[in-house]
Design a protein around this ligand. Structure first.
Ligand code: PLP
Length: 823
């Protein structure tokens, strides 16, 4: 497909005048802020609103970022470095200002500049909207990776979709989740640069024509993908990389003939269809129309990104065949998996390569990260839909499939069932294209995101493909960026860590190990405790303002924040809360540890049980928080609209981090790492990265309970009877009975009947099976809490020993072992 407008070759002549780096002198910053306010926003300082000040400050920071950005781009070009391309349907970035300012080393100077102007940085900072272009862990990982790639000096581009409305905003109405559109672009987005000159054509449908070996695809519908670039600054401004997000545009915004002929809607149809493409993240896909839109979005951003990558490569290097030496394309889960077929199409139909060479180049360029083993989350598309939208890609997928299955048969060790499992086409029932298999066969590397997950991947979803290509699967345990998740969210702890471990911790989080030596020191413990107490007091204010509940910062803050999903087992947490409530009422004379349980998270709009679990948390909270017999020792709150900014407020205030997924179901988790870095103890199962966190923290510094992944699998295979378990556990039985009989839902006594029946009948997520172990582990946690010195020493050791879980380490491993680029 041709480019709408060719963009100019990047100028690289070293004799170009260098943009002079703007000063970070506070007086100069203040001058520049007023300048932007006046000339860019058109306001006088006396009438400027806080939003205007925010925009002016961002523009001033951005100017300084841009200088480094251009230097980085020129540097990559001059050195002919290999570039990394990270394709992701989600980038859960959150706010950017503090991140950019801190990585640029401008925070104190900016504070000073603003105080000269009578503006408070902390106040305007809160006004920046969250860029919520993601759903959960996978999207946040993409954001941490972007920051880490810049920090360890890897030339990289992130590619995704510029959703006009990202993840929905969650409100509560009478305890039920309500989804509202997130309007993050309402006041414009001062971070981004619109690149009208970088637009590509994206086609759908139509037909293919063969002339000998060459194929022409004539799409029935065509759109433009227009680029919006956001600079991503690395730590100490080492490098600035680009996040390029695509917006769909109609090629023909207004069919004037049709409009003048009176067909007003018809004349605007292309505009509306284009708008739908980059409108929302994860349109509800229970309907065929929703499914189709989702596949269109995936192809839309994959095609635009690949056209851009190939254009850049050919412009700089001339020959397309050197692509694998100069470009590494990482697919973040299967959402961009259609890229395998699209790259083949571009190489064969646009660049004239034969199939064999194109296939070799594709495999050497592409790598794929798997994020889930849940069968319902492994994408597949009905063949008729795929064929109708992407006829040329369907042909290529059949060709690729024939090649792979031939290799499998040639190996001579696979039976028909195994061959069927390796096929790109699922032939059981309605024929479907398996995107996971497509990504696997088109990639030279397939990685899992924790040791356990990678091993399970070899045994389950990719069992047979792994037999055929045994060298491809590898592990890259996730990490998080310590700049955001330590220094920015917890500046006092960062300062303490620096006092002990030195200034290098943000470049090398392993240096936090120095804190180990002070874990038993009384002064260090007191300092640590005071920092935690202050973070808890701040969160306490936020809880009061968001949900009206008063929480004493001296209570234990027990936090579970993540997407609401049955496998993550918020239900186990709530059932245990109900059981504890019952125990406290029965034994008021005992010395109960005062605890507040905090839960936050969004449920997918169409996920009935997840939404019911949110309502249950709120129903239980209403009863418990209003009971004078227990309210001094037990409270529970559900905080609405979990997003990056809320996580930033909650993570540093946690005493206890709940990581209690059904073993074998959480691929890695990254929330678990954020909490431990900030000195929370973890209560968790041996799932995902918890397994490795236990190794690093030391077995004695983490509270592990429950079935292992192997035990869960065995129990499911045996077929276990949850009623037997429930009958043997009076506390569990009592809690389940209370919930299902309507104790917490007097207005609708049957509300939770089916939800609890699911536990009694099959208990797929092992809530009953793990209950006793979980409750006992919670009482162990209480005992630890009573011994404050021990608790604090354990918390400091957790913080000290999480260096491995920096996303810098993860990115260095990707660079060395998958991308073959040198930081
Ligand atoms: C870290 C993070 C996640 C991932 O949390 P898990 O507990 O690993 O599922 C999801 N959403 C947001 C906003 C986050 O910051």
């Amino acid at each position: 497909m041709t480019q709408a407008q060719p963009s100019r070759v990047v100028a690289v002549a070293s004799d170009l005048p260098q943009a002079t780096p703007k000063s970070s002198d506070p007086a100069r910053l203040a001058h520049d802020i007023v300048d932007r306010l006046t000339y860019r926003i058109g306001k006088d300082a006396t009438v400027a609103t806080p939003d205007d000040w925010l925009t002016a400050v961002i523009l001033v920071v951005r100017d300084r970022v841009v200088t480094r950005w251009m230097e980085s781009t020129r540097d990559t070009y001059r050195k002919e470095s290999k570039r990394v391309y990270y394709l992701s349907m989600e980038f859960l970035i959150g706010r950017l200002m503090r991140d950019a300012m801190s990585n640029m080393g401008l925070v104190e100077e900016m504070q000073e500049a603003l105080s000269e102007l009578g503006v408070e940085l902390d106040l305007i900072r809160e006004l920046e909207p969250d860029a919520a272009l993601g759903n959960g862990g996978l999207g946040r990982l993409a954001a941490c990776f972007m920051e880490s790639m810049a920090s360890v000096d890897i030339p990289a581009y992130g590619y995704g979709i510029r959703y006009q409305n990202g993840m929905f905003r969650q409100e509560l109405s009478d305890g039920w989740q309500v989804e509202l559109p997130e309007t993050w672009l309402e006041h414009g987005n001062p971070w981004e640069f619109e690149r009208r000159e970088s637009a590509y054509e994206i086609g759908f449908g139509g037909e293919t024509k063969f002339d000998g070996n060459s194929c022409t695809w004539r799409p029935a519908e065509r759109f433009h993908a227009e680029a919006f670039d956001t600079p991503i600054v690395g730590w100490q401004a080492k490098r600035v990389n680009t996040l390029r997000l695509w917006r769909a545009e109609p090629i023909d915004p207004l069919k004037l003939d049709a409009f003048n002929a009176g067909d007003h809607m018809g004349a605007l149809r292309d505009s509306n269809k284009a708008e739908a493409l980059s409108r929302v993240l994860y349109p509800a896909d229970e309907t065929p129309a929703g499914q189709e839109l989702r596949l269109r979005q995936e192809y839309f951003f994959s095609s635009a990104s690949l056209q851009d990558i190939l254009r850049r490569h050919v412009q700089q290097f001339g020959r397309i065949t050197s692509l694998p030496e100069k470009a590494a394309i990482q697919l973040n889960d299967t959402h961009p998996a259609v890229s395998v077929a699209e790259l083949m199409r571009l190489l064969i139909d646009e660049h004239g390569l034969d199939f064999d060479l194109a296939w070799d180049i594709t495999k050497r360029t592409v790598a794929y990260t798997n994020h889930t083993l849940l069968p319902e989350a492994l994408e597949s598309w009905p063949v008729p839909l795929f064929e109708r939208l992407l006829p040329r890609h369907m042909q290529l997928i059949y060709q690729i499939n024939a090649r792979v299955l031939k290799e499998a048969r040639a190996a001579g060790t696979f039976d028909d069932e195994q061959i069927a499992a390796m096929s790109l086409i699922d032939e059981n029932g309605e024929r479907r294209v398996r995107m996971g298999n497509l990504a696997f066969v088109g990639a030279h590397s397939i990685n899992g995101v924790s040791g356990l997950h990678t091993e399970l991947m070899k045994k389950t979803v990719f069992h047979d493909l792994h037999q055929l290509y045994p060298l491809r699967i590898n592990n890259k345990t996730n990490g998080v960026t310590p700049r955001r998740w330590l220094a920015q969210v917890n500046p006092e702890l960062y300062e303490m860590a620096r006092d002990v471990a030195g200034d290098g911790i943000l470049s090398d989080l392993e240096q936090m190990k120095a804190l180990d030596a002070v874990a038993d020191d009384v002064n260090a413990q007191h300092r640590f405790a005071a920092i935690k107490r202050a973070n808890k007091a701040r969160l306490s204010d936020l809880i009061k303002s968001r949900v009206g509940l008063s929480v004493d910062p001296d209570m234990m803050f027990d936090i579970q924040i993540k997407r609401i999903h049955e496998y993550k087992r918020q239900l186990l947490n709530i059932v245990e809360t109900v059981a504890l409530y019952d125990q406290i009422r029965s034994h008021p004379e005992r010395d109960w540890v005062p605890r507040v349980k905090l839960i936050a998270g969004k449920a997918a709009a169409s996920y009935h049980n997840a939404k019911l679990i949110i309502k249950l948390a709120n129903d239980v909270a209403r009863v418990i928080n209003n009971d004078p017999a227990t309210r001094d020792v037990l409270r529970i709150a559900f905080l609405p609209n979990y997003n990056v900014s809320l996580a930033e407020a909650m993570v540093p205030a946690a005493d206890l981090s709940e990581q209690i997924s059904t073993a074998g179901m959480e691929a890695s988790g990254t929330g678990n790492m954020k909490f431990a870095i900030n000195g929370a103890l973890t209560i968790g199962t041996l799932d995902g990265a918890n397994v490795e966190m236990r190794e690093h923290a030391g077995h004695e510094n983490i509270v592990i309970f429950g079935l292992t992944a192997a035990e869960v699998a065995a129990k499911r295979a045996e077929g276990y009877d949850p009623e037997e378990v429930i009958a043997a556990s009076p506390e569990l039985a009592q809690a389940l009975t209370a919930i299902e009989s309507g104790v917490f839902s007097p207005d609708d006594r049957n509300r939770y009947r089916d939800l609890i029946a699911g536990v009694r009948l099959s208990d797929w997520f092992m809530v009953a099976a793990d209950f006793d172990a979980y409750a006992a582990a919670q009482r162990d946690v209480d005992a630890l809490w009573r011994d404050r010195a021990t608790w604090r020493a354990m918390a400091i050791r957790n913080s000290a020993r999480m260096g491995y879980f920096s996303s810098d380490r993860t990115i260095r491993q990707y660079a060395r072992e998958i991308w073959n680029v040198l930081p």
